[in-house]
Design a protein around this ligand. Structure first.
Ligand code: NAD
Ligand code: ZN
Length: 589
């Protein structure tokens, strides 16, 4: 009944549970008149329990005996910050293939601090391979005989989802010795052979057990109200370490050395194009059980491909890798970022496509571009084609921990490919500099990269080596420029092409850009000069044989990218562009 931001804690908890929209009914079960009345007074539903009970689970069991229910979730009354995500996780286990083996489900969260691991107030849980609970204890379990053992500790969170029968069984079964010893309710289930499936949730809520917790909770509530103001400006992560220069690739050994953990391998994801290129491969510092995987960039990276790679790494190695090193173009760099994220985050890559959905820090990852232009080496995103959308995993954990910029590695890139990927950079600059989201941060990077592109692609005096170096930096700066603004029309339309026809990013941008004179007139003129200067021929009529359904998909994928359109055309972009306009443009391509 203590006050939390103007309402009693129990009312806040009730409202939080209801606001998740996950339940058919939400009740407060209580033996207190005061609480009962308070809930009703706030328009909620409460049930008065008749009997004295040892624990909350018994009280809930009494309440549901005569209810027609399938699954009952027990949310503790002192958890007003219960998150929807946590409840969704705990309920989701009943959708799995092993659902019929589950009597109840509960949540656990990763803990890392030894003080918390050894704190008897934090109940630890160990699970089997399928995340079924093996035991709960106030002791640290497992006991780490070797202090450096690569073991993940989990703390139990007091949220349970029961099948009705399990709850009734619990009610009937007397307390047994292990439960009584540890004073942990759910041990009773294990002692009677029930199966508890654990879901992982790493969102940090706070429980209110002490007056200090309440003070903290009140503070958090106030801060949450202020949040929109605090989030007005993007707090942008940058690559913390970068090495530049011809031949700096040889420094890789000393760069990654300090990040090597005992027995944990480095995994090198390398573009297949280097398979027979000894001058590069022989310099990759493979040690112990390190693994080198050649990856084709014939198609752009897919979420499914990420999942397969992660699974194979997890199956082959007991220890989580020391790091992931991506060596290749934008495709391989994005793949390396995504794999490093998915090694520490549960589920499938497609669940993380979007903005800030990644929960845990990725494993150490290094990006080594071998072709320049995309800016993938510096960006906060990885572009992935998923089952439903082509979209990045955009998060603070995505950027590389280290980038190695060695212009020599771009030797041997075929001319056409060099041009397409380089134009990705030019187009990033054009779209950023002409966008409504432009600010001095983006502009300062974008202008430099733009000027470098003009030198590289139009100035005959620039030597090939110098052009390699300049393009490597233009790519970096172009990437930084869009990171703090946005891309525009060419990218939106090129995503459509790529989704439906599998046209790759660089060439797709070129195919689109030549027809965008209405949007970027001067730069399309410059682009056409570059095409002539380098004798590039772009494919024509790529949309000629599209079925109406394909055309619709293409248009709707492009139009779905509203931030890109808003950057290009302003907040009222929907008045300026529509399906018909896009269709006419696509037909010209
Ligand atoms: P890519 O990685 O597909 O490589 C293009 C081709 O160049 C491939 O055939 C590759 O084998 C070859 N290649 C690479 N290095 C070479 C070398 N040194 N010698 C010879 N051949 C070499 O293409 P890309 O244009 O670098 O990247 C495109 C990808 O980047 C797309 O998947 C796109 O979505 C992504 N992208 C990501 C971001 C981001 O911010 N994360 C930004 C833009 C683009
Ligand atoms: Zn791009």
């Amino acid at each position: 009944m203590q006050d939390l931001g103007g309402k009693p804690v129990i009312v806040r908890t009730y409202e939080a549970a209801q606001a998740t929209g996950l339940f058919d009914e939400v009740y407060v079960v209580t033996d207190s008149d005061v609480i009962f009345k308070e809930i009703e007074w706030h328009g909620g539903k409460a049930i008065m329990s008749q009997k004295e009970h040892d624990c909350g689970t018994d009280r809930i069991a009494e309440a549901v005996v005569h209810m027609d229910v399938d699954i009952v979730v027990n949310v503790q009354g002192d958890e007003p910050f219960t998150s929807k995500e946590g409840l969704e996780q705990v309920l989701s286990v009943f959708n799995g293939a092993d659902a019929d083996q589950i009597d109840l489900a509960s949540l656990m969260t990763e803990i890392h601090d030894w003080r918390e691991i050894s704190d008897p107030n934090a109940v630890k849980v160990v699970v089997d391979k399928e995340n079924f609970a093996l035991y709960f204890s106030r002791s640290p379990i497992p006991y780490p005989r070797d202090k450096n053992a690569a073991v993940q500790y989990f703390k139990h969170k007091g949220i349970y989802a029961f099948r009705k029968q399990a709850l009734l069984d619990f009610y009937r079964l007397p307390m047994t010795i292990l439960e009584a010893t540890e004073k942990i309710e759910c041990i009773r289930f294990l002692e009677y052979g029930k199966r508890i499936k654990m879901a992982i949730s790493n969102t940090q809520g706070i429980e209110i057990d002490t007056p200090e917790d309440l003070v903290r909770a009140n503070k958090i509530l106030k801060e949450e109200k202020r949040l929109p103001i605090n989030n007005k400006y993007r707090n942008f992560p940058m690559v913390p370490k970068v090495v530049f220069g011809r031949g700096c690739f040889d420094q890789l050994t000393s760069i990654i050395g300090p990040h090597r953990k005992d027995k944990a391998p480095f995994i090198f994801l390398v573009d297949e194009v280097f398979k027979n290129k000894e001058s590069v491969i022989s310099r990759i510092p493979l040690r112990f059980n390190d693994k080198l995987l050649f990856i084709s960039s014939f198609e752009e990276p897919k979420t499914e491909q990420v999942d397969v790679l992660v699974k194979s790494i997890k199956t082959e190695f007991t220890y989580r890798p020391s790091g992931i090193i991506g060596i290749g173009g934008g495709s391989i760099l994005d793949l390396a970022k995504a794999v490093s994220i998915m090694l520490t985050n549960k589920g499938q890559a497609s669940e993380y496509q979007g903005w800030d959905l990644v929960k845990n820090k990725a494993v150490y990852h290094v990006g080594i571009p071998t072709i320049s232009g995309t800016g993938a080496e510096v960006s906060r995103t990885t572009v992935l084609t998923g089952p439903e959308k082509k979209l990045g995993i955009n998060s603070d954990f995505t950027p590389f921990d280290q980038v190695v910029l060695d212009p020599e590695l771009t030797d041997g890139v075929p001319k056409n490919q060099w041009f397409y990927t380089g134009m990705d950079c030019f187009i990033h600059c054009v779209e950023s500099l002409n966008g409504t989201f432009l600010n001095e941060f983006s502009k300062s990077y974008g202008e430099k990269a733009y000027d470098l592109c003009l030198e590289i692609f139009l100035d005959p005096k620039v030597s090939p080596e110098s052009a390699q170096e300049k393009l490597m930096m233009a790519s970096w700066h172009g990437g930084m420029s869009i990171a703090y603004s946005q891309v525009g029309v060419a990218h939106a339309m090129s995503y459509g092409l790529s989704y439906v026809l599998g046209v790759k990013h660089g060439i797709g941008n070129c195919i689109v850009f030549q027809h965008l004179e209405d949007y970027y007139p001067e730069d399309v003129a410059l682009f056409n000069q570059m095409i002539v200067h380098h004798g590039i021929t772009l494919p024509k009529e790529v949309c000629r044989d599209l079925t109406p359904v394909q055309m619709d998909t293409m248009v709707s994928i492009a139009l779905s990218l509203s931030p890109l359109w808003e950057n290009a055309l302003g907040p009222d972009w929907e008045q300026k562009v529509n399906a018909k306009v896009l269709m006419d443009l696509y037909r010209k391509m």
